[in-house]
Structure formats: structure tokens, C-alpha cells
Design a protein around this ligand. Structure first.
Ligand code: AMP
Length: 117
């Protein structure tokens, strides 16, 4: 059972601004955007809490998230200017939702990020 907030979005128990969906992937706008475009791409059928839990036979899942994000970027017209994709794993990376997700950030020149302090 995917008891995370993203599980609830997949099951339509809570609303989200969905921008893309196929058999395996759901994408919706981040509720607290960190860039003019900030979309989250998540697997729909399988619950994997963190990247560290990903099994070799689930590798294609991450590829599907990346390909869906790249296609979205092309369709929305910002692929040529560029974008960033990020996956946070656990506490030190700031992961807050324990269902793997790919952040797509775009729409402005993005600053460098690294260790705080
Ligand atoms: P992370 O910190 O990598 O776990 O990213 C989780 C992201 O989910 C954050 O950027 C949050 O702003 C976003 N988020 C949390 N709840 C929601 C929600 N209900 N709808 C859309 N995005 C959300």
C-alpha cells in the first residue's frame, strides 16, 4: 500500500494539477515550485520508497520517468533552452515524500546547488 501523499494523488484521493499520464507514469505540478516550471514525475504502478530501494529489474521505471520528462520539455517548448531533473534520496538530500519522483525544473537559468553552509 502506497500510503504517501503521492499514493493518494495516484488514487485520486487528493487533487493535483496533472499535466501528463500514461500507463506507468503520472506527472503533476509541484505544490511549492522552485522554478517557473516545476513538475514531478512518479511511477504509478509500483511503490518504491527511495532510489536506494530500487531493484535491478525496476531500472526501466526510472528511464520512463526521464523519458516522460524529456518529452514534456519538448512539448512545452523549453527543451532547447534547457532544464534540470533531480531525484532526492533520503534525509540529506531533502527527500520528504517516500515514493520515488523525478523533479523537472525549468523556465529560468537555474542556480548551482550543493551542500548548505
Ligand atoms: P522531495 O523533497 O524530493 O521529496 O520532493 C517532494 C516534493 O513534493 C516537494 O517539492 C513538495 O513541494 C511536493 N509536494 C508535496 N505535496 C504535494 C502535493 N500535494 N502536490 C504536489 N506537490 C507536492
Amino acid at each position: 500500500m502506497n500510503d504517501t501523499i503521492f499514493g493518494k494523488i495516484i488514487r485520486r484521493e487528493i487533487p493535483a494539477q496533472i499535466v501528463y499520464e500514461d500507463e506507468d507514469v503520472l506527472a503533476f505540478k509541484d505544490i511549492a515550485p522552485q522554478a517557473p516550471v516545476h513538475v514531478l514525475f512518479i511511477p504509478k504502478q509500483v511503490h518504491v520508497p527511495t532510489l536506494d530501494d530500487l531493484k535491478p529489474d525496476q531500472a526501466a521505471l526510472v528511464g520512463k520517468l526521464v523519458l516522460a520528462a524529456a518529452e514534456y520539455a519538448r512539448q512545452e517548448g523549453f527543451a532547447e533552452n534547457g532544464y534540470r531533473v533531480v531525484m532526492n534520496c533520503r534525509e540529506d538530500a531533502g527527500q520528504t515524500v517516500y515514493h520515488i519522483h523525478l523533479h523537472l525544473l525549468a523556465g529560468a537559468a537555474l542556480g548551482y546547488f550543493g551542500a548548505a553552509g
